[in-house]
Design a protein around this ligand. Structure first.
Ligand code: AMP
Ligand code: ZN
Length: 470
């Protein structure tokens, strides 16, 4: 097997990956909170997790990928403060929390499928694992890691001396949410809820040793990762926002129960920005995959766009950048699909090996997708004949861009501003000839356009122009 190097937030190093059981990988991905549509930012995170899984599989590993669906629990901010988001959605949509969760889970799964994100091996719902969570909370109370207050059960971080090891943030530096009134019953401001006692009007609630209540967000991932992957597994992924609170808390809970940090490798995807800034409802730029489709973009153009930055770097979304991604993807497909129909080139096989190695080396270097895509572009320019299609088919096991079957550049009618003036001139000349029923000139000009690389299709009152395969 080839070495795979992955950056581990916990060790702050790119380490050679070595799974607990040779040839097998257990991986847990923090899933979506389902009370609203996933944004393209959220989807960037899941494209990253999908790439990781695909790269491991490309290397011959058998991967068990577990992803949770947060349909209860992450109702307030990461630090358990602020509004209950599900209650806000209930008020907004006049549906039950269960209906809301089901609706947005389906919407998420649909977006994921459009982005060729493989379905995780196990998709687990928080509401179906209350028993496992309660068991862990009871264990933590019994071992003295948690205490009861009037509104819930809290983890006592002073009992976990390694708290902060993932983020490197020292507890003293963490301020209690400045604008939110700190809970006076908490022993330390960073103590967090394992279980909340439910007021009567709280819709989602379950019986517990402390009366009716509902789980905290962090315990969900500790309980479900333990159930499906065991006390210790290989990789845990999430977005960078999970590092300082959610994943610190997961580690504190799990390690206090089992004596082990649950995952060996912790990987985090950096945020997507929009127009250089944070996405926010107030700016109206919390775009969804549907929003991109409504503007005529293929969801896979967004996947391709995600590969333009390394997963540990910010990626800045603009409509212009997405447009150039869609153009890039389609011309890449054009090359691949055109060469697939051409005769074999002598000596191509040898060159293919070089590209295969370069691609593998790139993806195995902490998922360097910009490099991996550039390897394919180089191959597209290397006159490999149908070998290019063979290569693209192999690489597409990781890239998943529908290189062999997706729409190509030529399928897209060009916008007037995309047509060069000299081509536009001939098109207009031809239009006049057609109006004068001068078919000979019309045919001659069609041939001329063809020689220039354009195909013209006549419509009832005008024409449509597409690019011919190069
Ligand atoms: P949530 O549904 O809020 O729990 O978020 C789902 C995932 O999306 C988490 O892994 C977050 O870290 C991630 N996420 C949220 N916003 C962004 C963003 N702007 N860019 C990339 N990932 C994000
Ligand atoms: Zn989680």
């Amino acid at each position: 097997m080839h070495p795979v190097y992955l950056y581990n937030t916990l060790t702050r190093r790119k380490d050679e990956f070595s799974p607990i059981v040779p040839g097998q990988v257990g991986m847990y991905t923090c899933g979506p909170t389902v009370y609203q549509y996933a944004t393209i930012g959220n989807m960037r995170s899941y494209v990253f997790a999908d790439i990781l899984r695909r790269v491991l599989e490309y290397n011959g590993y058998s991967v068990k990928m577990v992803m949770n669906i947060t349909d209860v629990g992450h109702l307030v901010s990461d630090a358990d403060e602020g509004e209950d988001k599900m209650l806000v959605a209930v008020g907004r949509e006049k549906k039950t929390p269960w209906e809301i969760a089901r609706f947005y889970t389906e919407a998420f799964m649909k977006d994921a499928a459009l982005l060729n994100i493989l379905r995780p091996t196990v998709v687990c719902y928080a509401t179906e694992h209350i028993e496992e969570m309660l068991k862990m909370v009871v264990e933590l109370v019994e071992k003295g890691y948690a205490y009861e207050t009037s509104d819930g059960i809290y983890f006592d971080i002073s009992r976990f001396s390694d708290y902060g090891q993932l983020s490197g943030i020292r507890l003293e530096e963490q301020l209690a949410g400045a604008r939110v009134e700190a809970n006076p019953e908490k022993r330390h401001h960073a103590d967090f809820a394992l279980w909340k006692k439910a007021p009567k009007e709280h819709i989602m609630q379950w019986p517990s040793p402390w009366g009716m209540g509902y789980p905290g967000w962090h315990i969900e991932c500790s309980a479900m990762s333990r159930k499906y992957l065991g006390d210790e597994f290989d990789i845990h992924t999430g977005g960078v926002d999970h590092i300082p609170i959610h994943h610190e808390n997961e580690i504190a809970q799990s390690a206090s129960c089992t004596g082990k940090i649950p995952a060996r490798v912790w990987m985090h995807g950096e945020f997507l920005l929009v127009d250089g800034g944070k996405m926010s409802k107030s700016l109206g730029n919390t775009y969804t995959i549907d929003d991109l489709a409504a503007k005529g973009f293929e969801p896979l153009a967004f996947r391709y766009f995600c590969f333009s930055a390394h997963y540990r770097s910010h990626l800045n979304f603009t409509w212009a950048a997405l447009e150039s991604a869609q153009r890039g993807l389609r011309s890449l497909r054009s090359a691949v699909q055109k060469y697939a129909r051409e005769p074999e080139r002598p000596g191509a096989e040898e060159k293919l090996e070089g590209f295969r190695e370069a691609f593998l080396e790139s993806v195995n270097d902490d998922l360097n997708m910009p490099k991996a895509v550039s390897v394919l572009w180089e191959a597209a320019k290397a006159d490999l004949g149908p070998g290019l299609a063979t290569l693209a088919g192999e690489f597409d096991r990781v890239l998943a861009l529908d290189l062999l079957k997706g729409p190509v550049d030529e399928d897209r009618p060009l916008a007037p501003q995309e047509i060069p003036p000299e081509v536009l001139e001939i098109l207009e000349e031809r239009k006049l000839a057609r109006q004068a029923k001068d078919w000979a000139t019309s045919d001659r000009l069609r041939e001329k356009l063809k020689a220039m690389g354009y195909h013209v299709k006549d419509l009832k009152d005008g024409y449509e122009v597409t690019r011919l395969p190069r």
